[in-house]
Design a protein. Structure first.
Lengths: 106, 114
């Protein structure tokens, strides 16, 4: 079963904030996040591990709640370059979420 | 610079044809993956391979097979293409399983089956 992401789509103005949620029906031991710009390959953003360890992007933050089997991606002061589709995933099970399409306008 | 390449960006085939999608990585990665991407469904794993000659079924293997004869190359085969296999196909590789190792994706092949 794929993790479910919410919202499915979000539209922002430059400088606004957004939160993307990822929820799994199964236990999560780690979560990774990728961004796919239009017409391009998905690119790794970050991975979150049990115990709070986090490796990845320096301008985007995320949280991981193992008990709730959820992760959230926080995009603050969004830039035009943030536009794309965001996927959460479980590295151990090789499963990706349903995706969230983010569009940032000037 | 790490690189995963796929043989075609766009492909149009007819129902019943045998289709080969090729993926090559130049990073000496052990693991390779095939996903399909459909609107609203995200990325779904078709097959993966942890090493040469090895293959494992993913979540949606029906109608597909794979081949990994060399470490750098992972092929996805549609034995008899059908219209419901029209999709974007993404290949990825990873240095090895476990830990914090990220996946590197190719640019994708958009396959249309008529």
């Amino acid at each position: 079963q794929q993790p479910v992401q919410s919202p499915q789509a979000v539209i922002l103005r430059e400088g606004e904030d957004a939160v993307i949620n990822c929820s799994s029906s199964k236990a999560l031991y780690s979560v990774h996040w990728y961004r796919q710009k239009h017409g391009e390959a998905p690119v790794f953003l970050m991975i979150l591990l049990k115990g709070g360890e986090q490796k990845g992007h320096d301008k985007i933050s995320a949280s991981f709640n193992e008990k709730k089997q959820q992760s959230s991606l926080y995009l603050t002061a969004s830039q035009l370059s943030y536009s794309g589709t965001y996927f959460c995933g479980t590295p151990d099970k090789l499963i990706f979420g349903t995706g969230t399409r983010l569009q940032v306008f000037p | 610079d790490v690189k995963v390449t796929q043989s075609s960006r766009y492909l149009v085939k007819r129902t019943g044809e045998k289709v080969f999608l090729e993926c090559v990585q130049d990073m000496d990665h052990e693991n390779m993956f095939w996903y399909r991407q459909d609107p609203g469904l995200g990325l779904r794993l078709i097959y993966f391979s942890y090493d040469v000659k090895m293959k494992e079924k993913g979540d949606i293997p029906e109608g597909y097979s794979v081949s990994r004869e060399k470490k750098e190359r992972f092929s996805l085969i549609l034995e008899s293409a059908s219209t419901n296999q029209t999709s974007m196909y993404l290949c990825a590789s990873r240095i090895r399983s476990g830990g914090v190792n990220e996946q590197f994706f190719g640019p994708g092949t958009r396959l249309t089956v008529l």
